[in-house]
Design a protein around this ligand. Structure first.
Ligand code: SF4
Length: 178
């Protein structure tokens, strides 16, 4: 889980975005592990806010909002890699929307001459590349009961497949392959 969704005050301004459903309901049924890629990268709290920027070459970098010469891409990539190295036993990931690190698909990502643009945050992109079948969602996707139930079914199926692949004769579909 994005640590800020679990109520940890790790956002750039020292605030959190606690999602009560995680801390009051889901925590009673699942082991929840918090991650904050930006803290893992040693950027500190508070820290200068960063955002994604598409370079003229098409490459996406993570740069300071107030000072675009601040480029934390490499540090953040190393931190994400390190977090993903410790993902053994993880059956689902819940991330904060709109974050340059955590957003599943809606981080603002302006580029030269192409307006705002949206794309995944760096951690979410690397997570998808490394674990393409791992259920991944942001807190907006959990806003409805249907969203919550659908995600939990994906997590359950993933866990069953991971723990007992041979006990799945019906070939339960993995997320996105239903
Ligand atoms: S990097 Fe992710 S976990 Fe950390 S504060 Fe930003 S959205 Fe929250």
């Amino acid at each position: 889980m994005s640590a800020c969704l679990l109520g940890e005050k790790v956002r750039y301004d020292g605030s959190d975005r606690r999602l009560p459903w995680l801390t009051e309901i889901l925590s009673g049924h699942c082991g929840l592990q918090s991650i904050c890629p930006e803290v893992e990268a040693g950027l500190g709290v508070p820290r200068p806010p960063v955002r994604l920027l598409r370079e003229p070459t098409g490459e996406i970098r993570v740069r300071g909002v107030d000072d675009p010469s601040l480029d934390v891409t490499d540090r953040l990539q190393d931190a994400c890699r390190s977090l993903l190295d410790r993902f053994e036993g993880v059956d689902g990931v819940i991330l904060k929307s709109r974050s340059p690190s955590c957003a599943v698909d809606d981080a603002p990502c302006p580029g030269p001459g192409d307006g705002e643009g949206r794309c995944p945050g760096l951690f979410a992109r690397m997570c998808r590349q490394r674990y393409p079948d791992l259920p991944l969602i942001d807190e907006r996707g959990l806003a409805s009961e249907a969203g919550k139930v659908g995600f939990l079914i994906q997590v359950f199926r993933y866990r069953c497949r991971r723990l007992r692949p041979s006990a799945d004769p019906a070939g339960w579909p993995l997320p996105g392959k239903a």
